[in-house]
Design a protein around this ligand. Structure first.
Ligand code: F6P
Ligand code: MN
Length: 333
């Protein structure tokens, strides 16, 4: 069997499919390389001294873990000097990080959640990195926050890594969604899922049930109907999974279908997840795999962002289920 590496896949996309220019190819390779470095740090755990809190808070007032800070530094250092970026933005930094003047400035903007699923770091459960690539608006001398405020449909590439039993990289450049597994001996990402398709129907949902008392009526109705099983209006039994790392929950959905929900609710009024570096890249990956992603009322990728760190309600995954849950919102019920 021919083993296709990430580099080969990207070169084919550049040369044959014409979906990406050379500088975007190189940018994605650098992100993937940074993910390998993070994966190594993650796998060392307590032996590498990477577990535990950093003793600092991020811009949203959340306590940072050592690995949040380390992963952010790894991504910045890897991407600063390549000449492909105008600026970077991250969950762990208040404003955009400009490329230092000593390096050439490129055409792209990179956004990332350096370490997704932080609550799982110290308990040895899958975590990951999420990234999104936009084009920098032409003519702007400085890529400030405004330059980043583009709807998700403008992304030219997006993906995520999962640091789990194996390290996985999922990627879209707008030509389907593909998955790679890290071969640690070769140090290469090898394509293991050449054409990811999310089944349109599913009998599996993912939601943090401890928020139930805060949910709005449409979400309550959707979950109640799932819980009612065979005897209920859906006429089938549903299973539930909640890893509490979006990367792992979304990877499961890409692998076998399902619906993932972190809706806006009475406690998380704007939602819990961040639009620009969590919901948008995941929505592109999921749509490119035949799934759907909404905030209950609107396609995630059509939302015009107003701030870098804004939050959003998320319903994503198997198309028919996302459409059903979304229709309950428009029904007002
Ligand atoms: O980044 C936010 C995040 O860690 C996601 O990865 C995950 O889906 C969610 O938060 C978990 O939230 P909770 O702790 O409420 O279950
Ligand atoms: Mn996250």
């Amino acid at each position: 069997m021919r083993r296709v590496t990430l580099t080969q896949y990207l070169l084919e996309q550049q040369r044959d499919a014409g979906t990406i220019p050379a500088d975007l190819r190189l940018l994605i390779e650098v992100v993937a390389r940074a993910c390998k470095v993070i994966s190594n740090a993650v796998s060392k755990g307590a032996l590498g001294g990477v577990l535990g809190g950093a003793g600092t808070d991020n811009v949203q007032g959340e306590a940072q873990k050592k690995l949040d800070v380390l992963s952010n530094e790894i991504l910045i250092e890897a991407n600063e000097w390549g000449g492909h970026l105008a600026a970077m933005a991250s969950e762990e930094m208040e404003g955009p990080h400009q490329i230092p003047h000593r390096y050439p400035r490129g055409e792209y903007l990179l956004l990332f959640d350096p370490l997704d699923g932080s609550s799982n770091i110290d308990v040895n459960v899958s975590i990951g990195t999420i990234f999104s690539v936009l084009r920098a608006p032409e003519g702007d001398a400085v890529a400030d926050e405004k330059a980043f405020l583009q709807p998700g449909r403008a992304q030219v590439a997006a993906g995520f890594a999962v640091y789990g039993p194996t390290t996985i990289l999922v990627l879209t450049v707008g030509n389907g969604t593909v998955g790679f597994t890290l071969d640690r001996e070769l140090g290469s990402f090898i394509m293991t899922a050449p054409d990811i398709r999310i089944p349109a129907d599913t009998a599996e949902f993912a939601i943090n049930m401890s928020n139930m008392r805060n949910w709005g009526e449409p979400v309550k109705r959707y979950i109640d109907e799932c819980l009612a099983g065979k005897a209920g209006p859906r006429g089938k039994d549903f299973n539930m999974r909640w890893v509490a790392s979006m990367v792992a929950d979304v990877y499961r959905i890409l692998s076998r279908g399902g619906v993932f929900m972190y809706p806006a609710d009475a406690k998380h009024k704007e939602g819990r997840l961040r639009l620009m570096y969590e919901a948008n890249p995941m929505a592109l990956v999921v749509e490119q795999a035949g799934g759907a992603a909404t905030n209950g009322r609107q396609r995630i990728l059509d939302i015009q962002p107003t701030t870098l760190h804004q939050r959003v309600g998320v319903i994503l995954g198997s198309k028919n289920e996302v459409e059903r849950a979304t229709s309950y919102h428009s029904a007002g019920g």
